[in-house]
Design a protein around this ligand. Structure first.
Ligand SMILES: Cc1cc2nc3c(=O)[nH]c(=O)nc-3n(C[C@H](O)[C@H](O)[C@H](O)COP(=O)(O)OP(=O)(O)OC[C@H]3O[C@@H](n4cnc5c(N)ncnc54)[C@H](O)[C@@H]3O)c2cc1C
Length: 382
């Protein structure tokens, strides 16, 4: 079905992102995989192209696009290079940016946004902790007041860009013995004394992207680094997670589509019993099911992108998109790996890599179980 979401401006933008991916990322991706992190030149190149500050007003160095469709195009094109790229740059552009644009003071915007947009300042969001990620309200990293400063102590885990980040949004408890009502968000430059990083975490997929455990030992930040209001961080996280989940959904369905396309090509060529494996009725029907799932899902995701562009995407609809796309992607990558037979089980095959890369999408940004919980709450079941 023809997609009607994008107009010529978006397609022109797509071409420039695609050129960037082909020129700056794909030729260097083996090196980034070896190092377990994406090179700084990618960040600077993305900054120069205006990708990092898509929703940031021009006066702070951004593109001032104010149209989520550009963010979606960026995700679709970066996913061609690998989910690790759309995740790493996406956390920065789609997740961190709204906090820094919408929840900050003028002084903070002037201080943080120019470096954010240029790619000089790589960022991430540190919410999850070793003790739990689903139940964010129970987080135990604390911030204690010391004059006009705060001292942050505790640890975070599984933080995307955590190893390369220059700046993190950190969720910490500012009022003891509370749950959601006593959490505050702080902007923390990672060169602040007391901050340290563990090793790059050894993941089963997306090895080009860095994911880290972070430690805070009385990290001193001024009150002027509070993002939003004191003790109101939990509500902000819940609001902004909707966009993170939409971004995840765009990448998931794009990735599933790419995997299916390469599998269709293989199924046409690979022979067994004197015919192509794709021509067996069982496989034809299976591939037809995958094509249908992806196309129907894509229509829902496009509707969510349009709703986000209009400013009325609900948290529940974003959760549905995230849940459904990650489950479809899981089914697609697993079925496609099967179509490659023994080659599919080899680490060197692209489909094996896609299968490993995709597994996390049912876990991060809220697990499938948490998505179902959020959606079910809207059903007024009591
Ligand atoms: C590669 C990667 C990158 C990530 N990036 C970031 C990041 O940048 N920033 C960040 O803050 N976090 C990040 N995370 C953390 C991620 O958000 C958490 O892993 C996720 O929210 C789950 O938390 P957990 O791992 O502590 O699992 P737990 O919360 O311990 O959950 C374990 C299991 O219990 C289930 N469960 C929990 N509660 C319920 C319930 N109420 N009902 C039913 N089942 C339930 C879960 O669904 C899961 O299956 C990342 C994780 C990964 C793997």
């Amino acid at each position: 079905m023809r997609r009607t979401l994008y107009d010529q401006d978006h397609e022109d933008f797509r071409k420039s992102v695609r050129d960037f991916v082909d020129r700056e990322i794909i030729p260097n991706s083996a090196e980034y995989e070896q190092e377990g992190m994406i090179g700084r030149s990618v960040w600077r190149g993305a900054g120069a192209l205006g990708l990092l500050g898509l929703c940031v007003p021009e006066e702070y160095g951004g593109s001032g696009a104010e149209d989520y469709r550009f963010n979606a195009v960026m995700d679709e094109e970066l996913t061609r290079a690998g989910l690790a790229y759309s995740c790493a740059l996406g956390v920065h552009t789609h997740v961190v940016a709204p906090y820094l644009v919408e929840r900050t003071t003028e002084e903070q915007r002037k201080r943080w946004l120019p470096g954010f947009c240029s790619g000089e300042m790589i960022t991430g969001v540190a919410m999850s902790e070793p003790g739990g990620g689903s139940d964010l309200a129970s987080l135990s990293t604390k911030a204690e007041r010391d004059g006009d400063d705060w001292l942050i102590s505790g640890s975070k885990i599984f933080i995307t860009n955590g190893y390369s980040a220059d700046f993190l949004i950190v969720a910490a408890r500012t009022t003891p013995d509370t749950r959601s009502k006593g959490i505050t968000l702080f902007g923390v430059p990672t060169d602040t004394p007391g901050f340290s990083r563990g090793r790059k975490l050894d993941k089963i997929g997306q090895t080009e992207g860095d994911t880290a455990e972070l430690f805070f030992d009385k990290v001193r930040v001024p009150s002027s680094n509070i993002i939003g209001e004191l003790d109101r961080g939990f509500g902000l996280m819940m609001q902004h997670l909707a966009q993170e989940r939409l971004a995840s959904a765009v990448c998931n369905i794009t990735h599933a589509d790419l995997v299916l396309e390469s599998t269709l090509a293989y199924a046409r060529e690979r022979q067994a019993f004197g015919q192509s494996i794709g021509s067996f009725q069982y496989n034809r029907f299976m591939l037809a099911d995958l094509r249908t799932s992806i196309d129907v899902t894509r229509a829902y995701v496009d509707a969510c992108i349009a709703a986000s562009t209009d400013g009325d995407l609900t948290a529940v609809d974003a959760s549905k998109a995230k849940l459904w796309t990650s489950e479809v992607q899981g089914k697609v990558t697993d079925t496609c790996l099967q179509m490659f037979g023994g080659y599919g089980f080899m680490n060197e095959s692209q489909v094996a890599r896609d299968w490993k890369d995709a597994r996390v999408t049912r876990i991060w940004a809220g697990t499938s179980e948490i998505m179902r919980d959020l959606i079910s709450r809207s059903l007024e079941l009591g």
